[in-house]
Design a protein around this ligand. Structure first.
Ligand SMILES: [Zn+2]
Length: 71
């Protein structure tokens, strides 16, 4: 018994990444990540921009989760 060859499937072609469109969003998301990292790691630890311990208490679990020294 001779098997017929399978029909050729079209080869998927990856779409090119539009770097000029992605770059501003990548910079924006990176900036947001740095700001979030600052509030989790440093705010009301080494530096305090806001009074009281509201930011510290709000980010306290994240601080321990990311292994930043806290207390
Ligand atoms: Zn702590």
């Amino acid at each position: 018994m001779i098997q017929a060859a399978a029909p050729a499937l079209p080869t998927p072609v990856p779409a090119p990444l539009p770097l000029r469109e992605i770059l501003p969003w990548a910079v924006f998301v990176g900036l947001l990540a740095v700001i979030a990292l600052y509030f989790v790691s440093t705010e009301q630890g080494a530096v305090a921009l806001f009074a009281d311990n509201y930011v510290h208490e709000f980010t306290h679990d994240g601080r321990h989760l990311l292994a930043f020294p806290c207390h």
